[in-house]
Design a protein around this ligand. Structure first.
Ligand SMILES: NC(=O)c1ccc[n+]([C@@H]2O[C@H](COP(=O)([O-])OP(=O)(O)OC[C@H]3O[C@@H](n4cnc5c(N)ncnc54)[C@H](OP(=O)(O)O)[C@@H]3O)[C@@H](O)[C@H]2O)c1
Length: 254
């Protein structure tokens, strides 16, 4: 076994691995010699992502499953996903997310808050609960959640997203005790050009990404292949638990 290539031969389950940061983490894990299972909201999107990944990495050990996490059956749905993955998962990476809720405070209603909270509060907690039963009880195993730069940097109109992003930070730290010795960490990305922004009109999205690029020290929004390294790192470092790894173009400095 390699001293440093700790993902070789491991089984990584990327929930939200069909697109964006989860997809990047799946590809990086394959490059590191891991067996990978990805999950998306439907079998169709999982099959499409597996085909694309296979085209890039023909010898990859990869499987993909649909697992719609938007329902109140989420705990049973996650159990079913672990069953399909084969029951020998070493690392779970959770990046599944629906559209952001960015609106004026006066547009928020209890229903809007509850709906936004499902994927960003209910589901991560259930992922922690099911992972606690399914992962080997070892510091060799890990769960990595996703939060966002809004946890540290308030923005007008983002109160709800700041609320849930900080909830993930708190959840990560507490799950690190609940799941110990399994490690629990989170990645805090800044802006990354992924499908998360697909609801924006193309020009509005391009303008937003350019404005961010112009304002940050790196001169660029995050790229999936860079931010995915944070997820890989947290799987590999057996000394890291309860940590929030930040990768955000230096946006915190300006
Ligand atoms: N991108 C950014 O700028 C940014 C910044 C800060 C924080 N983050 C956070 O980083 C995480 C990953 O974001 P991303 O940019 O990678 O997002 P993304 O590209 O939009 O990918 C989202 C993933 O979630 C899955 N998903 C959506 N609805 C689902 C459902 N009902 N059930 C199961 N899976 C579902 C999608 O699967 P399908 O494609 O199969 O539907 C897809 O794989 C999120 O927590 C996000 O809030 C992102």
């Amino acid at each position: 076994m390699s001293k440093y290539n700790k993902l070789a031969g491991k089984h990584v389950l990327c929930i939200g691995g069909t697109k964006g940061l989860g997809r990047g983490t799946a590809e990086a894990s394959i490059e590191a010699g891991a067996r990978v299972t990805i999950a998306g909201s439907s079998q169709r999107s999982a099959d499409a992502a597996v085909a694309e990944i296979k085209a890039l990495y023909p010898s990859a050990a990869i499987a993909g499953f649909g697992c719609d996490l938007s329902q109140d059956t989420v705990e049973a749905d996650l159990e079913g996903l672990f069953d399909k993955a084969g029951g020998d998962v070493d690392h779970v990476v959770f990046t599944a997310a629906d559209a952001l809720t960015i609106s004026g405070l006066q547009d928020l209603t209890p229903d809007v808050i509850r709906r936004a909270g499902h994927m960003r509060q209910v589901v991560p907690m259930m992922v922690g609960k099911v992972a606690a039963r399914r992962l080997p009880r070892s510091r060799e195993s890990s769960l990595t959640l996703s939060t966002g730069g809004i946890a540290d940097q308030p923005r007008a109109g983002w109160s709800l997203m700041a609320y849930v992003a900080n909830g993930i930070v708190a959840l990560t730290r507490n799950l690190a005790l609940d799941l110990a010795p399994v490690r629990v960490n989170a990645v805090e990305p800044g802006f990354v050009d992924t499908e998360l922004w697909k609801d924006l009109a193309p020009q509005a999205k391009a303008d937003m990404m350019q404005a961010i690029a112009d304002s940050v020290p790196t001169g660029a929004v995050g790229r999936v292949e860079d931010v995915a390294e944070a997820y890989v790192y947290l799987m590999k470092d057996r000394n890291a638990t309860g940590e929030i790894v930040k990768t955000r173009s230096g946006a915190q400095l300006v």
